[in-house]
Design a protein around this ligand. Structure first.
Ligand code: 13P
Length: 258
């Protein structure tokens, strides 16, 4: 049997509580016949939706994640949400270092590292996002940037903890309405570098086990091609997945043709 393929969406600052609940219910209904040995499905909605989203999710069908997390259990961190608060909502997964957090909201690799350690220490599935800017790509330093983001972001993570670690490669220039999707060949090359770096950090077995997802303008036209690349284990989708029917169609087209 083929390796399990990962499909997820980050709904950014878009869906209300009701929109999120409707989306999750519809997505579960549409995909319930697909074996979860074949796919891992996850949805990452905003903080305010966490409790309701987790109440309507069927754990055997999907994981629900948070888009960010503070790195302490409590303290003087106005505006932050702690791991304890997310556990209280039933959240399964925490995304760390999304490009919009890094580049719009100014987070550093050092901060992402504190969050990654905190998320893993609280037993969350932890999705670290990495990706170079258009300028860094222009300078020809994409691979170096990715290696640095991985090495700094994962500093202090133990081999055992990698069982709950996922990585998403989301080139900044490929994300969102003004983004231009990475070609499957380019994405594959960066995924290969990520795999190499993870093996260097955690050894063959653990390094090979960590799922690597591609994100950045994934759409019905490029999803299948990307999914067929050797080092791409999943697709992390924004706009093209925010309608459950469209998301379901992408999932099925990938499963049919990969
Ligand atoms: P788009 O698919 O809309 O480019 O967004 C990708 C993304 O940021 C997922 O986290």
């Amino acid at each position: 049997m083929k390796k399990k393929f990962y499909f997820g969406t980050n709904t950014k600052m878009y869906k209300t509580i009701q929109n999120t609940v409707d989306f999750i219910l519809r997505l579960q209904e549409l995909t319930s016949d697909i074996s979860r040995d074949e796919i891992e499905l996850f949805v990452i909605p905003s903080f305010t939706t966490q409790k309701d989203a987790n109440q309507v999710k069927k754990p055997e069908l999907m994981k629900v994640g948070a888009q960010n997390m503070g790195w302490e259990e409590e303290g003087q961190f106005t505006g932050e949400i702690s791991p304890i608060m997310l556990q209280e909502c039933g959240t399964d997964l925490v995304m760390i270092g999304h490009s919009e957090r890094r580049h719009v909201l100014g987070e550093s690799d050092e901060e992402e590292n504190k969050k990654v350690l905190c998320a893993l220490n609280h037993d969350f599935t932890t999705l670290l996002c990495v990706g170079e800017t258009g300028e860094e790509k222009e300078y020809g330093i994409s691979e170096e940037v990715i290696r640095i983001q991985l090495k700094k972001g994962l500093y202090g993570v133990t081999r055992e903890q990698t069982e709950k670690l996922w990585i998403a490669y989301e080139p900044v220039w490929a994300i969102g309405v003004n983004g231009k999707p990475a070609s499957k060949e380019y994405a594959e090359e960066i995924h290969r570098v990520m795999r190499e770096t993870l093996i260097e950090l955690f050894g063959e077995t653990a390094g090979n086990r960590i799922p690597l997802l591609y994100g950045g303008s994934v759409n019905p036209g490029n999803a299948v091609g990307l999914s067929r690349m050797e080092h791409i284990d999943g697709l992390f989708i924004g706009r093209a997945a925010w309608d459950a029917d469209n998301f379901n169609e992408i999932i099925r087209s990938v499963l049919e043709k990969r």
